[in-house]
Design a protein around this ligand. Structure first.
Ligand code: SF4
Length: 485
């Protein structure tokens, strides 16, 4: 089955906690960020004189066990969960990526997607079609900036500060050196990154606040767009590697719609509450006479609650979602594809048979799974299906960290709303307006958000072709990383 839900490009985590078993804590943080990438995961720890990296393909829980974590000794560490937007999803492209230059060692983990990989690769003398991962490219650029190789931390920080302005696109990085962890967001702040404080005085960095909650770290604040924080024995130092005029916040609005965990906060807004507001706004914008409001689990649940609350139509569970499904796979026949959807999602016939339903979905990207879901509803004897979508039509490719770079696969780019309604077999179909979505996200201030996939308004130029175009299977020949078995 082609799983038609959008994929996030990664989760990152970092920990500076002298005297604590950091690898086990990073494991917990990564577990909380598993939804941001299920292809691969990795942890890098510093023992002071050396950095160890352990990473593999698969889920966090299948890669790491207690023995493996105990071999990762050290006071500071970073971690990564990966879904590939540039580069294939195999082991060589898993993260953190590692480099050694002279006495310097560092490991780098990346959430986002660079859009200028082609010119950067040319600069490095790597064939354009030979790039495996934009994160590896960033690590190589930094390695080549470390001319001195003295091992001095200031030298590494200065090299990183010189490297960052050469990168274009979306990045929230965490970097591990022998003595420090560093967090940085691109000047638009497309992807989130938070600073947390441990009870015993250590510090943490995480893509989302629930990853701080699980290790009992207090959320201190978001790392600001264009900000770099260096965390070491002296505390937290904030640096600003970019000119002030280049810092223009454009946080990904789809983090609220689909990616982020509902129990987290982004830019001061609880994600669950934002999704409820989207549902409330949709009920006002696209009312319909119906018997029940049904979410397509799970990210649409708060939106359906909001729609039900605002409309007065009862909220009903129409599906059971299998909690043990991770990634799904391409099935060779139509019948197997239908079976695969039913493994994930099965209708509760008794709750929906004979009823006129408002079916709430967070977004429609490729529509393949949704098509099967609609068939399931019809086969369950539903009288009417009024499909309501918590975001505007997704028409333009994302180049900033989501796997939707192929516009030909975006159903809203290929069909009108009426054509999509017919294609899906719905009795009616309505999308939330862009202004209503932005107000639901941030009622006080609707600026500072990226909406490129919904409006075509790209904050930074994107490539029209080339190495950043989707998931290439080729790799470049950079030095193999030091990895413990
Ligand atoms: Fe997010 Fe869409 Fe912007 Fe990509 S294009 S960063 S998915 S809002």
């Amino acid at each position: 089955m082609d799983d038609s839900a959008p994929k996030e490009s990664c989760g990152v985590f970092g920990l500076y906690a002298p005297g604590s078993p950091v690898s086990h804590m990073v494991y917990l943080g990564l577990f909380a960020l598993q939804h941001r990438g299920q292809e691969a995961a990795g942890i890098a720890v510093s023992e002071g004189d050396k950095i160890w990296v352990d990473k593999d393909t698969g889920l966090v829980s299948t890669i790491f066990n207690d023995y493996r974590l105990q071999t990762l000794r050290g006071d500071l560490a970073i971690g990564h969960t990966r879904y590939s937007t540039t580069g294939s999803g195999d082991w060589q492209n898993s993260q953190p990526v590692y480099r050694q230059v002279g006495k310097h060692q560092f490991a780098l983990a990346h959430n986002g997607n660079l859009v200028n990989t082609e010119p950067l690769a040319t600069e490095l003398g790597v064939p354009a079609d030979g790039i495996g991962s934009d994160s590896d490219l960033a690590a190589e650029l930094l390695a080549r900036e470390l001319h001195g190789g003295s091992g001095d931390q200031d030298e590494l920080v200065e090299a990183f500060v010189r490297t960052l302005p050469r990168l274009s696109g979306a990045y929230s990085f965490v970097l591990l050196s022998q003595d420090a962890i560093i967090g940085v967001r691109d000047p638009h702040g497309f992807r989130p990154l938070f600073l947390g404080r441990l009870n015993d005085g250590g510090w943490a960095l995480a893509s989302e606040t629930p990853a701080l909650d699980v290790i009992d770290a207090a959320v201190v604040r978001e790392i600001q767009p264009g900000e770099m924080v260096v965390i070491d024995g002296a505390g937290v130092k904030s640096l600003w590697p970019f000119p002030a005029e280049e810092i223009v916040p454009k946080f990904c609005s789809f983090e609220y719609v689909y990616f982020a965990r509902p129990d987290g906060n982004l830019r001061g807004q609880n994600v669950h509450r934002v999704r409820q507001r989207m549902g409330e706004a949709l009920a006002r914008q696209a009312p319909v006479d119906a018997d029940a409001v049904v979410p397509i689990p799970e990210s649409s649940v708060p939106g359906a609650q909001g729609y039900a609350h605002e409309s007065g139509i009862p909220y009903v569970d129409g599906f059971v979602k299998n909690r043990y499904i991770g990634r799904t796979f391409i099935a060779p026949t139509q019948q197997l594809r239908r079976n695969a959807v039913k493994i994930k999602l099965n209708p509760i016939r008794e709750n929906i048979e004979g009823k006129r339903l408002v079916v709430v979905e967070d977004s429609i990207i490729r529509a393949t799974t949704l098509l099967e879901t609609m068939r399931m509803l019809r086969n369950s004897g539903v009288a009417e299906i009024h499909l309501r979508v918590l975001s505007p039509p997704y028409k333009w490719p994302c180049w900033y960290g989501m796997d939707t770079t192929d516009q030909s696969k975006l159903v809203a780019a290929q069909m009108s709303v009426e054509e999509i309604r017919t294609f899906l077999g719905a009795d009616s179909l309505a999308y939330l307006d862009i202004d209503a979505m932005l107000t639901a996200i941030s009622p006080e201030d609707t600026t500072g958000l990226c909406t490129a996939c919904l409006t075509g308004d790209y904050p930074i130029p994107v490539p029209s072709h080339g190495v950043a175009n989707g998931r290439t299977e080729t790799r470049w020949n950079l030095p193999i990383e030091a990895v413990i078995p």
